[in-house]
Design a protein around this ligand. Structure first.
Ligand SMILES: Nc1ncnc2c1ncn2[C@@H]1O[C@H](COP(=O)(O)OP(=O)(O)OP(=O)(O)O)[C@@H](O)[C@H]1O
Ligand code: SF4
Ligand SMILES: [Mg+2]
Length: 381
């Protein structure tokens, strides 16, 4: 169990595998199964004003998220635009300093590690960015781009850097002869392959792929997703795939974590999450995903969420989803629902979860007791 600075908890232990929960939960760093653990991680961006640039508010981009990633798995991180997915990914990569919480990679606490000490770890931790156009330097050749990590890390490839780079180009489905070409000579899909080749140069252990296909034509999205899957098998990679598109995440993930306004509201094995979503927000997101089979289409009702996502400058209290939730009750506005394991390996943060026999969580019961107590303690007028 990992606590998240008081407001959110994800247990990383799981009861023995049940028929409907095939993906095994990560256990510990000691047994070599766990690769990454994020515990109560948060990022508040200060908002400043005036000549002295005094802090007047904070954008609570990520507000205490916890999850683990085991070796060889793919964890999908989904949610609407602005919910804090990229900020979470960037903190794990240490491209952003967390405001609070802890990041453990292979048993090492890297939360506040200096850039100097992080340098050797940069080999193991890599990121694929959304936009293959802006993430590649247009003035550098493909050879220079994909070979750059060798230089940065002072690594000599046995067969020479050029040969090593050409092998990687081949691995990602590009022609090794393209070594001397420039990014503008490639299509969007090919450019994303160059970006992937660059991350693979030093054989990383964990790749954070932030919207790896959303800037690509639908026709090439599947090719790049398939490539990521093939590379995972071949090179024993572990992925955290960030996307707002639930179809992409469904295709590639073993487990899925759903984010809403800086918090994780549900985590489950992929099949479990898509077939039995427990959090109303997940249910609403899934109801908007087009179903190709017309026979199945009729069964699912589209849930239209009312209103916009509230501002992370001033998120709603208690359950952050209560301003848009059709099931919201008084308690949802007063008590934050903890992320609880409601069935083996399936966690949801909701007082009135769906698709479960649990009608109201322990937290509700406890909260009701404390609300009742508080009311009883209040002096009569
Ligand atoms: N450097 C920054 N300074 C201030 N606010 C920021 C900064 N970076 C991100 N934010 C804010 O933090 C929130 C989360 O942003 P983030 O980019 O992590 O969202 P996201 O889930 O990746 O969204 P998208 O799907 O659009 O990429 C947003 O409200 C964003 O405006
Ligand atoms: S806690 Fe209440 S408001 Fe929040 S998702 Fe559950 S039912 Fe909706
Ligand atoms: Mg993003």
């Amino acid at each position: 169990m990992t606590s998240t600075g008081g407001n959110e908890t994800v247990s990383t232990s799981k009861t023995p595998a049940e028929p409907n929960t095939p993906a095994k939960e990560p256990r510990s760093f000691e047994d070599g199964e766990l690769l990454l653990e994020v515990d109560g991680l948060g990022k508040h961006f200060p908002v400043t004003a005036g000549l002295l640039r005094r802090q007047v508010a904070a954008v609570k981009a990520v507000d205490g998220v916890s999850f683990s990633v085991r070796k060889g798995e793919t964890l999908g991180l989904v949610g609407e635009s602005g919910c804090g997915k990229s900020t979470t990914g960037r903190m794990i990569m240490r491209l952003l300093d967390p405001s609070f919480g802890k990041i453990t990679f292979e048993g090492q606490d890297i939360t506040r590690m200096s850039q100097g000490r992080l340098r050797p770890l940069r080999r193991d931790l890599q990121m694929i960015f959304q936009d293959p156009y802006s993430s590649l330097n247009p003035r550098k050749t493909v050879g220079a781009i994909v070979g750059a990590p060798f230089k940065l890390q002072n690594i000599e490839a046995k067969q020479g850097v050029k040969k090593a780079v050409q092998e990687i180009l081949e691995l990602v489905g590009l022609n090794p002869e393209h070594y001397n070409r420039y990014p503008h000579e490639f299509s969007g899909g090919q450019r994303q392959r160059i970006g992937i080749a660059r991350t693979l140069a030093l054989k990383p252990k964990l790749i954070i792929a932030d919207e790896p296909v959303s800037a690509l034509d639908v026709s090439v999205q599947a090719q790049v997703v398939n490539l990521l899957e093939d590379l995972q098998d071949e090179l024993d990679l572990t992925y955290v795939v960030i996307a707002h598109d639930l179809s992409v995440v469904r295709h590639i993930s073993d487990r899925v974590a759903v984010m809403y306004l800086g918090k994780i509201v549900e985590v489950a094995d992929r099949a479990d999450l898509y077939e039995r979503p427990m959090h109303p927000y997940t249910n609403a997101l899934l109801s908007a995903v087009p179903i190709p089979d017309p026979a199945e289409r009729g069964e699912r009702k589209r849930i239209r969420l009312q209103g916009d996502v509230p501002s992370p400058l001033d998120p709603p209290p208690a359950c952050r989803f209560h301003t848009r939730c059709w099931k919201a009750q008084e308690i949802c506005k007063q008590v934050e629902p903890p992320l609880e394991e409601l069935s083996p390996g399936h966690y949801a943060a909701c007082h009135f979860p769906e698709n479960t026999t649990v009608s109201a969580t322990d937290a509700v019961a406890k909260a009701r007791v404390s609300t009742a107590k508080a009311a009883a303690d209040e002096p009569a007028e």
